[in-house]
Design a protein around this ligand. Structure first.
Ligand code: TIU
Length: 233
């Protein structure tokens, strides 16, 4: 069975249809100036660094015709799906639903809530909107995965210790095998990213695995044209 070189040990790949790439919240609201991330007081620039790596993973999955799931954190314009506890948290000048430079902050359909154009979903990919940090909270993600027979998730996106880690923990508790791609996730806090990578793979992979994007892509690549089986025939 093919494996991905990973920590704390190699990750065994399932049959191709059982594996999905999950791209969490690669939205302008978190990565560009004037969105929710900046409204919370963060320097959003470090998050841009993973965009080329996430794009390479999307290209590899698309080339292999493997399932891709994009998530978007956002709320309906009337905020009926936003708990008061989330709305008031942060005490920032701009809060969820307020008018910002990229439209209303963290509201579905606003320019700032969109996925970055270079990572935009293409036809056939699943796009899931979610009101919480975890992608399983008040969404159909679990039934979507079960209906398709998906058992293994390769997880990317932002931010590592908030929406990414929450989703990975939710998925792990539901029995999905999860691998977090180290250089395809980012945090506003480098020390939180480092700690998250360490904590998910500690204790024999208590939450799952971590691996580098190049090792994921190498494991997905189709066999070389002159593999030994070809030469011997
Ligand atoms: N604030 C922060 O780090 N993250 C979020 O609010 N959402 C996601 O992580 N997507």
């Amino acid at each position: 069975m093919p494996t991905i070189t990973a920590q704390p040990y190699d990750f065994s790949l399932p049959q191709p249809g059982k594996l999905a790439l999950v791209v969490i919240d690669m939205q302008r609201d978190f990565i560009e100036d004037g969105g929710f991330g900046e409204a919370l007081g963060n320097d959003v620039r470090p998050l841009r660094g993973i965009v080329p790596t996430v794009k390479k993973l999307l290209d590899a999955f698309r080339a292999c015709k493997l399932p891709i799931i994009h998530t978007i954190e956002g709320h309906s314009p009337d905020l009926s799906d936003c708990p008061p506890a989330k709305l008031i948290r942060g005490r920032s000048a701009l809060k969820i639903g307020d008018q910002g430079p990229m439209g209303r902050i963290l509201i579905l359909g606003e320019p700032g809530n969109a996925i970055l154009p270079e990572l935009a979903p293409v036809d056939g990919e699943i796009v899931l909107t979610k009101p919480g940090k975890g992608a399983f909270c008040n969404t159909k993600l679990e039934s979507i995965l079960r209906e398709r027979g998906i058992t293994h998730l390769l997880i990317t996106g932002v931010t590592t210790e908030v929406c990414v880690q929450t989703t990975m923990r939710e998925a792990n508790d539901r029995g999905f095998e999860c691998l977090l791609i180290e250089d395809a996730t980012e945090s506003y806090f480098p020390e939180f990213k480092k700690a998250t990578l360490e904590m998910v793979r500690a204790q024999g992979g208590i939450v799952g695995w971590t691996a580098k994007a190049e090792d994921v892509i190498a494991a997905l690549s189709p066999p070389m044209p002159f593999s030994t089986s070809t030469i011997s025939s």
